[in-house]
Each structure stands twice: as structure tokens, then as C-alpha cells.
Write a protein that binds this ligand. Structure first.
Ligand code: ADP
Length: 398
């Protein structure tokens, strides 16, 4: 079965066509600058060079139309006709409390996704637009929604309720939801496979460290706590997001700097994190280079980032009691041996021992802890698209 995986952002659309017989990616690509001048598609058929298709792409529907054309193109296509796409899996950011698993998309599901727009005003609307465009262009193909929040619906109330008046949870659904669920789930299953155990018998802490970052505590395959919250702003210090700060800082800055709600929201989401501290970049490669060349604020930003991750690992060790594995994934987690080393420094006290030599690995699956480390430390490249495609196949086959 060929599954098309779609991930729609506000001005972008990422796609992968996966042959699920052997989980092989046939083609993948990115539609960029939708609705903006200079829109284009970067399309790669596996084993061939990337092609860039430049065109006016006024909306997601047009973008998707061009993607489908690319997939059946004589030169750089990978299938004979659109009938070879048997199902579509959509990434949907927010499923609220409605969805604790992936679902086949029908009218009722669409209504529920719409109802979550209030909780994710930047993310759910483009996801909905992507689903609508697929429905129009491929009306008879079954579609599945896979939610970033679903994996975290097993978090118990004592970990998801904020110490605020309870009525705000009831009235507005203010609680911890957590994000990156598809990634945390994928690496959890992969870690169990690598350790030769069933997921039910493992306690795992997963660190998804990318542009957005989150840590998750997983007991027997179920998420019991995670660092992101009501929105993806909570938790770790990230590329441009502040993560946990004293909430009293917000009204203080608003008053001092005379900032509106929009402006302060922008400040906390786009101008903070390691970018805010360093004043230089949100990209960890830039920061590592600058720190090596003696830039003290870049070094400080990296230290703050690593300390936060370390604190969450400590907290989740207490939540889980016995930790079997610590997993690093996503752009930074998969690629930066120095960040992994800094995070694990001093964690011998909770039985985490990194092997400095084994840790010199980039972008591939590896066990990087020392022989005597009670907690196994793993590097696992995440694969959210494959997780979405697997859920899609499982539901469509039912
Ligand atoms: P997203 O959250 O957008 O999916 P990624 O998981 O791709 O992000 O992570 C992107 C981040 O990964 C970049 O900001 C960059 O800082 C970091 N990164 C990628 N490669 C490396 C590397 N070799 N060393 C350090 N950081 C890296």
C-alpha cells in the first residue's frame, strides 16, 4: 500500500510517499512560500536528484495539485497514476482531549479538529486546509489524522492540571496537552526494538531536541509527563521560545516596555530561547561554532539549554523511579555529540554514563552509554512520517 503523508504549515507543505510493503520512501519534498512571491516545490524521487519546480502557488490546494503532478510525472515521478495512492495520512497538531489515538477522517472528526482551532490557532488551520485540499483532489482516498497531542493523553490529571482556578480547565480546556507525541512514540518503539525488550517492560525518558524541544517520561509505552504544556511554549529553552519562566516576568515586561499581548506573545515565542540569550542565532551549529571561538553569550545559551534538559531528566527520573533508557532525537539530539555530552555530564548520580567514544555518532541509531551504565543512552533519528504512515495503514486496513 502506498501512503501519502502530508504535513501542512501556514505557508508550507511537506510530503512523503511511502510504499508500506517495505516502508520505503518513494519520493519526498517540500512546497515552500505558499501564497508568497517565490513559491516553489523541492521534490526528490528516491535515488534521483532533487528537482525544483517554480510556479505561482497561491494556496495549499494548488501546492498539492502540483505535488500530485510531480508524483506521476514521466521524468521525476514515482507512480503511474494517482490511483496508486491508496491512503493519505495527515499530521494534525492539536487533538485536544477528543483524540487519544489516530483516526479515520470523517465529518465528525473534521468538526472536532475545527473545535481545537482555539487551542492551536497557528497550527490547526493549515492542517485543516491540507485535509480539505486532499479531499477535493482525491475524493475517494481514505484519510487518517495523526495528532501531536494524542500520545500524551495518557498523562494523569495530577501531571496535566495547572495550579490555577479549576474553572479555567472546565471553561477553556486550560491544561497540559504536550506535543511532539508522534516523535516520542516512534523513538520509544524503536528503543524497545534496539534493546530487544517489549515496550511494556521499559521506563524511558525521550528528549526531542530540535527547533522546538520537549522531554517525555514514558512508563510501559505510555506518556506520563512531558515538558511542553498548554502550548509548545512551556518547558525547555528552545531555539526561539523561552520555555519555563517565572510567569510574573510577563506582566512586568509588558508594563516596562509597553507591550501589547501580541507583542509579548511574539517576544516569548520568536525572540527568546537560545536566540534571545545569545543575541546571535537559534541554530545550534552557529552557537557551537561561536562558543568555540570564545563568544561568551553563545556559550551561556548552550549551558542554559543543556541545564534545562538535565533538570527535566532529573525530574522524570523521579517520576519513573527506575529508568531503563534515555533517548536523544531530532536535529540537535541526533546530530550534536557535544550537546549530548554536556547534558549527560554529572548524571552518573542517577546511573547515566555516556561513553564519550561511542557518543561520537551523527544521525544514526546507536547505543552510546558505557557498558556499566544502568540507564542505556540511545541516539535514534526520529521518523514522524513513517509513524503517520503506519497508523494510516493500520486504520485503513481495519
Ligand atoms: P524541527 O523542529 O524544525 O523539525 P529539527 O529537528 O530539524 O527541527 O532540528 C533543527 C535544529 O537542529 C537546528 O536548529 C539546528 O540547530 C540543529 N542541528 C542540526 N544539525 C546539527 C548539528 N550537526 N549540530 C548541532 N545542531 C544541529
Amino acid at each position: 500500500m502506498n501512503v501519502l503523508v502530508i504535513n501542512c504549515g501556514s505557508s508550507s507543505l511537506k510530503y512523503q510517499l511511502i510504499d508500506m510493503k517495505n516502508e520505503e520512501v518513494l519520493a519526498k519534498g517540500l512546497v515552500e512560500r505558499i501564497g508568497i512571491e517565490g513559491s516553489r516545490i523541492k521534490h526528490t524521487a528516491t535515488g534521483k536528484d532533487q528537482v525544483i519546480i517554480e510556479d505561482t502557488i497561491q494556496d495549499h490546494r494548488r501546492g498539492l495539485e502540483l505535488v500530485l503532478n510531480a508524483l506521476v510525472d514521466k521524468e521525476y515521478g514515482v507512480i503511474d497514476s494517482l490511483e496508486d495512492i491508496e491512503a493519505v495520512g495527515h499530521r494534525v497538531v492539536h487533538g485536544g482531549e477528543e483524540f487519544s489515538d489516530s483516526v479515520i477522517i470523517d465529518d465528525k472528526v473534521m468538526e472536532a479538529i475545527e473545535a481545537c482551532v482555539e487551542l492551536a490557532p497557528l497550527h490547526n488551520p493549515p492542517n485543516i486546509i491540507g485535509i480539505e485540499a486532499c479531499k477535493e483532489l482525491m475524493p475517494n482516498v481514505p484519510m487518517v489524522a495523526v495528532f501531536d497531542t494524542a500520545f500524551h493523553q495518557t498523562i494523569p490529571a495530577e501531571n496535566y492540571i495547572y495550579p490555577l482556578p479549576y474553572e479555567y480547565y472546565e471553561k477553556y480546556g486550560i491544561r497540559k496537552y504536550g506535543f511532539h507525541g508522534t516523535s516520542h512514540k516512534y523513538v520509544t518503539l524503536k528503543a524497545a526494538e534496539m534493546l530487544g525488550k517489549s515496550v511494556e517492560e521499559l521506563n524511558i525518558i525521550t528528549c526531542h531536541l530540535g527547533n522546538g524541544s520537549s522531554v517525555c517520561a514514558i512508563k510501559g509505552g505510555k506518556s506520563v509527563d512531558t515538558s511542553m504544556g498548554f502550548t509548545p511554549l512551556e518547558g525547555l529553552a528552545m531555539g526561539t521560545r523561552c520555555g519555563d519562566i517565572d510567569p510574573a516576568i510577563i506582566p512586568f515586561i509588558m508594563e516596562k516596555e509597553n507591550l501589547s499581548f501580541q507583542e509579548v506573545n511574539n517576544l516569548l515565542n520568536k525572540k527568546s530561547g537560545v536566540l534571545g540569550i545569545s543575541g546571535l542565532s537559534s541554530d545550534f551549529r552557529d552557537l557551537e561554532d561561536a562558543a568555540t571561538n570564545g563568544d561568551e553569550r553563545a556559550e551561556l545559551a548552550l549551558k542554559v539549554f543543556c541545564n534545562r534538559v538535565k533538570e527535566y531528566i532529573g525530574a522524570y527520573s523521579a517520576v519513573l523511579c527506575n529508568v531503563d533508557a534515555l533517548v536523544f532525537t531530532a536535529g540537535i539530539g541526533e546530530n550534536s555529540s557535544t550537546i549530548r555530552e554536556k547534558i549527560c555530564e554529572g548524571l552518573e548520580c542517577i546511573n547515566i554514563r555516556l561513553d564519550i567514544e561511542l557518543n561520537k555518532v551523527r544521525g544514526k541509531e546507536a547505543i552510546v552509554s558505557s557498558e556499566d551504565s544502568q540507564v542505556k543512552v540511545l541516539v535514534i533519528p526520529t521518523n514522524e512520517e513513517l509513524m503517520i504512515a503506519r497508523d494510516t495503514v493500520n486504520l485503513v486496513r481495519k
